[in-house]
Ligand binder design. Sequence first.
Ligand SMILES: [Fe+2]
Ligand SMILES: [Fe+2]
Length: 300
Amino acid sequence: MDDSRKNSKTAAEEKMEGWLRAASALPAHHVVLLLANEVIHNPDAGAKDLEEVLALDPAVAMKVLRLSASAAYGGECAETLLLALMRIGFTAAGDVLKVFSKLQKQGTFSPRAQKVYQDLWAHSVISGLAAREIFRRAGVTNQEMLDKARLAGLLHDMGRLLLLAGAPERHELVIHGNLNGHLGSPARETKVFGFDHQELGRVAGDTWNLGEEMTLVLSAHHKESLPGREFILPNLAHLADWVALKIQDEWQPDLEEPSQASLKALHLDPKELRLSIAAVKHQWKKVVEYLEEATPMEQD
Ligand SMILES: [Fe+2]
Ligand SMILES: [Fe+2]
């Protein structure tokens, strides 16, 4: 690589690193936050209970994961949310929740951006459920692997969430602008921002020390399948993304078929992928009911 190209690449990466600050403006789902605080203050609850709740919010889950990867906790990213919570403990997890509660009070998005955030939040949670379901259907029974799959699905579009949190008004153009390509298409983002959510995801994974596999999940879930163990989770995230978009069908009605190479890489029968749509739809319905039941009544 010649020097001028090297310098311009560094400049682009530096620019994207600035976008990572948007993570501090990314809100948590208010009911998930409420439930997580209840778990933290319940003396009978354990890390597994907290993991179940935090698997419903990509922003909080990412913050916990980043903390697990920091030098203060050994400098290596935990493989699952449960392991991250066991490593940092309830006190540090409680501090993370306090930061999100403070942000909640300030309010972050306009009503239009809030709608996009809600759709992206739902997309992330459904993708988490889908990744776990697809892995099960591919014959995986190990609980840690299934937890890892769910986390990969939950976090795969962190780059999109960062673009939204960093520039909600400009992000409007990605969703509503008169541009070619489907709503989540990296090409539309490049037109607006000069880079896409996968490129930003790669910088996030590298900067936040998320490890090779999770960085590839964030940065390669729209790419053609590549051989190698480190691409199992990105292939899974690709298929989970597809299942989630099938369920959120108003979002992308002209959805293309998923990559056959990704199906092959996971030794997954295409029929199983179709069957997983109904199963994930049911699980998502349960999540929505659970959160609705936990929503506090409006006070006059
Ligand atoms: Fe994506
Ligand atoms: Fe996605």
